[in-house]
Ligand binder design. Structure first.
Ligand code: PEP
Length: 252
């Protein structure tokens, strides 16, 4: 079975003390993930080391950065490199979140570079893609998202692609409380898998494709039950211990 992942994206939320408390609450819950399931916590940079050490003994729990820069090192004030992340044992990095694309001008070509640098440091990119509302309303979401994959991923070898996690996040569903229906999610996830299989063959069946966009405790089970949905990338609901615990328990 493909790896099923509940990924928390805390964005720019929580103080250090609140972050510690949230992790403690999750660690104290009896969740018992199965071998093919994992939880990933994408926390703000200043909390990475704390989260990593708190979760050190928890099997199947991983810590992610929310971004990293394209370059190895150098005069790039304010940026964080993949090498730095690797040096503190971080194994995942969210790349191309729609907020990074919209507010920080990240495009598909830059994301291709970020993917390359993460892979070169053995960090698994969680590559986000997804269409804005105008594209969904025009009915051209399939080709829009396909283009994002083409421009950011298609330079990879099949072996490299296997190391990527994809998160399909329709922008109109992020932080809006407006979740995609299970039909919309399954349709896009199946499309992405089909597109990847045209390019890469059977490897496409090994790639975890997460759904993101107002995943909540009360809709996660239904969304994750879709055959091509392999878990979720969760914003708002990942900040509430009881909700995220429920979401983790909803993995298939
Ligand atoms: C996200 O941050 O990627 C996200 C999907 O947010 P939310 O769950 O709040 O819609």
């Amino acid at each position: 079975m493909r790896k099923q992942i509940a990924a928390a994206n805390w964005k720019m939320n929580l103080t250090y003390q609140q972050a510690e408390e949230l992790i403690d609450q999750i660690l104290n819950a009896d969740i018992s993930l199965k071998a093919h399931q994992s939880a990933v916590f994408a926390v703000p940079f200043p909390y990475l080391i704390m989260a990593k050490s708190e979760l050190a003994d928890a099997k199947s729990y991983f810590v992610a950065a929310q971004n990293c820069y394209t370059k190895r090192s150098g005069a790039f004030t304010g940026e964080v490199s993949a090498e730095m992340l690797q040096s503190i044992g971080i194994s995942y990095c969210v790349l191309g979140h729609s907020e990074r694309r919209e507010y920080f001008g990240e495009g598909n070509a830059m994301l291709a570079e970020k993917i390359n640098i993460c892979l070169s440091y053995n960090i698994t990119p969680i590559f986000c893609c997804g269409e804005p509302l105008t594209i969904r309303e025009a009915g051209t979401q399939n080709s829009y998202v396909e283009q994002q994959l083409k421009e950011s991923l298609y330079h990879l070898s099949a072996d490299q692609l296997k190391k990527i996690v994809i998160a399909y996040e329709p922008i109109w569903a992020i932080g809006t409380g407006k979740t995609a229906t299970t039909e919309q999610a399954q349709e896009m996830h199946a499309h992405l898998r089909q597109v990847l299989s045209k390019q890469y063959g059977d490897v496409a069946n090994e790639i975890s494709i997460l759904y993101g966009g107002s995943v909540k405790a009360n809709n996660a089970k239904e969304l994750f039950a879709c055959p091509d949905v392999d878990g979720g990338l969760v914003g708002g609901a990942s900040l509430i211990a009881a909700d995220f615990i429920q979401i983790m328990r909803s993995l298939k």
